[in-house]
Design a protein around this ligand. Structure first.
Ligand SMILES: Nc1nc2c(ncn2[C@@H]2O[C@H](COP(=O)(O)OP(=O)(O)OP(=O)(O)O)[C@@H](O)[C@H]2O)c(=O)[nH]1
Length: 220
């Protein structure tokens, strides 16, 4: 069974590869702000990340169905619930510094929404969504450590301005819940969602690696 990862996240790809799955990657480029705006003010963190994940998976499923008539498309979205606010990637050093000022020495919840769209006979046939929540306890980096972490650029492009599996790992005292969910794709949740649509992880392991698109070579 071919798995299509509807994500630009290098971390999600790494989680799947380490778990024995070589997905076909197709980035959705969904307008996340538009999806969130449509949900309205009262949306919960769970609703928000699940809706974003579903929008990504649906977009890619519609796009790949002809080329991949029998596959499962996986979309995901990760955000941090911090002081009653759902935050994504900080995008700037100042914003990331502000996040750390809030979360150092405290705990916050990392939510990742997951959506699977099954494609059969060239058309989307089933979809399932779910979310996982992992509590993350942060330690207090020194000013020098935080400034060096910010200068590395790593915290700018990840939800919550921290990485569990990178330089940020020095500053995570512990978690309660699934670690792969923090990195960007919960393997146990994805397995349960796959089972809901009749797919076992063994079927993913059996799929041949996708053939990368051939890049036309210039004439000699
Ligand atoms: N390596 C790593 N990445 C993390 C961690 N926490 C969050 N992220 C990444 O932060 C990003 C959250 O942004 P999203 O909008 O969910 O995904 P994206 O990277 O924009 O990619 P799309 O799925 O194409 O939207 C994802 O790439 C997550 O993998 C972590 O602890 N480690």
């Amino acid at each position: 069974m071919r798995l299509v990862l509807a994500s630009a996240s290098p971390a999600r790809l790494a989680v799947l590869r380490a778990a024995g799955v070589e997905p076909l990657v197709d980035v959705s480029d969904v307008d996340e702000d538009a999806v969130v705006a449509e949900l309205g003010e009262g949306a919960t963190p769970e609703d928000t990340v699940s809706a974003l994940a579903l929008a990504k998976a649906r977009t890619v499923a519609a796009r790949v169905a002809a080329a991949e008539p029998d596959c499962v498309v996986v979309g995901a979205d990760s955000m941090l619930w911090l002081d009653g606010e759902l935050v994504g990637k900080p995008g700037s050093v100042d914003a990331a510094r502000g996040r750390w000022d809030q979360m150092a020495g405290r705990a916050a919840d990392l939510f990742t929404g997951h959506a699977l769209v099954r494609v059969t006979e060239g058309a989307p046939s089933r979809e399932v969504t779910g979310h996982a929540r992992t509590a993350v306890a942060f330690t207090e980096p020194t000013t020098a450590e935080l400034e060096a972490y910010l200068a590395s650029g790593e915290p700018l492009a990840v939800a919550g301005a921290f990485t569990l599996d990178g330089r940020g790992g020095w500053f995570v005292e512990g978690i309660e819940g699934d670690p792969s969910n923090v990195v960007g794709l919960s393997l146990p949740l994805t397995r349960r969602l796959l089972a809901e649509i009749g797919i076992g992880v063994d079927a993913l392991w059996a799929a041949p690696a996708p053939v990368p698109p051939t890049v036309p070579t210039s004439a000699p």
